[in-house]
Design a protein around this ligand. Structure first.
Ligand code: SF4
Length: 503
C-alpha cells in the first residue's frame, strides 16, 4: 500500500486506457513473488473497473498468483500492468459478463496470437479458464472457447473454506510451479479433479466432458454466503463509475419475476452480513475513493441498509444504491436517499394481465403512490424499465404500458419541479434457468411497432431509449445453442438467428 501505481506513460501511449491514479489496492495483486497469471476482461479498462465479477477474479487470484490484468483494446488483449503479451502466460483467467462476449473472446484470443477454440489448442498453448454470468447462460459456447468454464457462483465456498475461484488460483499456481514443467492437458484434469473432490455435497458437477464440444464445464451448485462481500479490486477516476468503490451487499432477488435470471439463477436471495460489509467499508483505501456504490439486483432490500449508509456517511463519502426501487422509497430511512440521484421502476408492462403472467409483484398504483416521497427526497430522475414482446402481449397491452409511463412521467415532472423520466425499452429475451426460457421472442416488426406506439402515446412526458435488437436475438440464440461451431465460424447470419428465436 502507498506505493506508486505501476502504470507508465508508455503503457498509456499503447492505448490501454488505464488510469495513472488508481487507488493503491491494486498493488496487492501486482508484481508479487507469486507465479504470474493473466486476468482478462473482454471489454475496455473503463468497463472492467466497474465489473464486480472481474474484481472477484483479480482478488481471488491475488491470494496465490501475481495478477496481470488484460483488457480489450482494438480487438486485442493488452495489459496496463506489464509489457508482456498474453502469449507469454500459461494460465489465463477470464471474466465473462455477457453471452456474446464469448464470441469476442475467441476472436480477440486469435488477434492476440493465441488459439480461439479449445479443441484446436495444442500442448504448448495456455490453459484458458472463465466464469461469470455469460458462462452460466451459454454453457455450450463457453465450452467451445474455454478449456474450463465455471457456471454458477465463483465465490461459493468449498470444503476447505476456500472459494471456487481461490481453488482455481491455487491449482493454477501449483501447475506453474510444477517441477515437471507445464503440462496443459494434465493441468486441465488436475483443476477439474481438485474442484470435484473439494466440493461440499457434490455441489460441483461436471456437465460437458472433454471431447464433446472441447472444454470442461463445471457447474457450481453451491452458493456464496456473502460473508466476504465482493468489492472493487481497483478504483479509478477512469471507470464507468468514476472513483466509486463498488460493494455487493445482496445477491439474487426475492421478486420472483418469471423471466428474470437475477432472481432464478441466483436464488435464494441473500444479504451480506452487516459486520462483513462494515469491515469492507472500514478498510476502504485511504486515497482515491470518493464514494461507495452498493450493488445488488435488490440492494435496497438489505435489512440493515440504514446502518450501512450511516457507516459510509461517517467516513465522509457519498453513496449510491443500484436498483433503488420506487416502491421501497416510502419505507426507507431518509438518510438512505440523501445522496441518491435516481430511482428505478421495473414496470415491465402496464397491463395487469401481462404483469400477472410474468409474476410481477406490486401494483402500478404503488409506483404512483411513491412519487411524492421520491420528489420530496430531492431526487430528480426516474428510470422506468419496460419489456416488449412478452408472449401473449396485445396492442391494447402496449397502449396500457404507454399510458402508465405517461402518467408517471407527467406526475413526476410536476412533483419534482421538472424531474426527468427515462424509459429503457427492451425486448423480452428468454434466459436459460428461468421458467420462461423456452418461450419465443417477438419478431422485429412486432417490437418496432410496439416502440412506435410507446413513442407516440408517451410523447414528451418521458425519454425513450431502445437497445439493439440484433444483440437481443443473438443472446436468445446463444442460450439455446447446441452446436456452437457454425456460429463461431461466422456461418450463421443475422436473419437465421432471428428466425430461429422468434415466433
Ligand atoms: S424485481 Fe427485478 S430483479 Fe427482482 S425478480 Fe423482478 S425483474 Fe428480477
Amino acid at each position: 500500500m502507498g506505493k506508486k501505481s505501476s502504470f507508465s506513460g508508455r503503457d498509456r501511449k499503447r492505448g490501454t486506457q488505464a488510469s495513472s491514479v488508481e487507488c493503491d489496492e491494486i498493488q496487492l495483486y501486482l508484481g508479487t513473488s507469486h507465479p504470474p497469471v493473466a486476468a482478462v476482461f473482454p471489454a475496455s479498462y473503463r468497463v472492467a473497473a466497474a465489473s464486480l465479477g472481474f474484481s472477484m477474479v483479480v482478488r481471488n487470484l491475488g491470494e496465490f498468483c501475481s495478477v496481470h490484468r488484460f483488457f480489450l483494446q482494438n480487438g486485442q488483449f493488452i495489459s496496463p500492468d506489464t509489457r508482456r503479451s498474453l502469449r507469454d502466460y500459461s494460465m489465463i483467467y477470464l471474466s465473462v459478463a455477457f453471452e456474446p462476449d464469448l464470441m469476442a473472446i475467441s476472436e480477440a484470443l486469435v488477434c492476440s496470437g493465441l488459439v480461439g477454440l479449445t479443441r484446436q489448442r495444442g500442448h504448448m498453448d495456455p490453459i484458458v479458464i472463465g466464469g461469470g454470468v455469460g458462462v452460466s447462460l451459454a454453457s455450450k459456447l463457453a465450452a467451445a472457447v474455454l478449456d474450463i468454464s465455471i457456471a454458477g457462483e465463483g465465490d461459493a465456498l468449498l470444503i476447505n473454506g476456500e472459494t471456487v475461484m481461490m481453488l482455481l488460483a491455487r491449482e493454477g499456481a501449483r501447475i506453474l510451479l510444477s517441477t515437471g514443467g507445464f503440462n496443459r492437458s494434465a493441468g486441465i484434469e488436475r483443476i477439474a479433479d481438485a474442484l470435484m473432490s473439494e466440493a461440499v455435497d457434490s455441489s460441483v458437477a461436471l456437465t460437458h466432458p472433454i471431447g464433446d464440444v472441447g472444454g470442461i464445464c463445471l457447474n457450481v451448485r453451491g452458493k456464496s454466503d456473502l460473508s466476504k462481500p465482493v468489492g472493487s479490486a481497483f478504483v479509478s477516476p477512469d471507470s464507468e463509475f468514476s472513483s466509486i468503490y463498488l460493494l455487493e451487499i445482496t445477491r439474487g432477488c426475492p421478486g420472483g419475476c418469471r423471466f428474470c435470471f437475477a432472481c432464478h439463477g441466483y436464488a435464494p436471495f441473500r444479504a451480506a452480513p452487516l459486520n462483513s460489509i462494515l469491515a469492507e467499508i472500514n478498510n476502504l483505501p485511504e486515497r482515491g475513493v470518493k464514494g461507495v456504490g452498493l450493488v445488488g439486483a435488490a440492494s435496497c432490500r438489505h435489512p440493515q441498509l440504514g446502518r450501512i449508509v450511516e457507516s459510509i456517511a461517517a467516513r465522509d463519502l457519498r453513496w449510491t444504491i443500484s436498483s433503488l426501487s420506487a416502491e421501497m422509497v416510502p419505507d426507507l430511512d431518509p438518510l438512505v436517499l440523501k445522496s441518491q440521484k435516481s430511482v428505478s421502476i421495473a414496470l415491465e408492462s402496464g397491463s395487469p394481465e401481462i404483469r400477472g403472467f410474468i409474476n410481477k409483484r406490486g401494483s402500478v398504483n404503488s409506483c404512483l403512490d411513491a412519487l411524492p416521497f421520491i420528489a420530496s427526497a430531492g431526487i430528480r430522475e426516474l428510470r422506468i424499465y419496460v419489456m416488449l414482446g412478452i408472449p401473449g402481449e396485445t396492442a391494447a397491452d402496449i397502449c396500457m404500458t404507454a399510458d402508465v409511463i405517461r402518467e408517471i412521467g407527467e406526475t413526476f415532472r410536476q412533483l419534482a419541479g421538472g424531474g426527468k423520466t427515462l424509459v429503457s425499452v427492451n425486448p423480452f429475451i428468454p434466459k436459460p434457468g428461468t421458467p420462461m426460457w423456452d418461450q419465443p421472442m417477438a419478431g422485429r416488426k412486432t417490437i418496432k411497432n410496439g416502440v412506435a406506439v410507446l413513442r407516440d402515446r408517451v410523447g414528451s412526458s418521458a425519454v425513450l431509449k431502445t437497445e439493439s435488437l440484433e444483440t437481443a436475438f443473438l443472446q436468445a440464440f446463444i442460450g439455446r445453442l447446441d452446436d456452437p461451431f457454425p456460429l463461431l465460424g461466422g456461418e450463421i447470419g443475422r436473419r437465421e438467428i432471428e428466425e430461429s428465436v422468434t415466433r
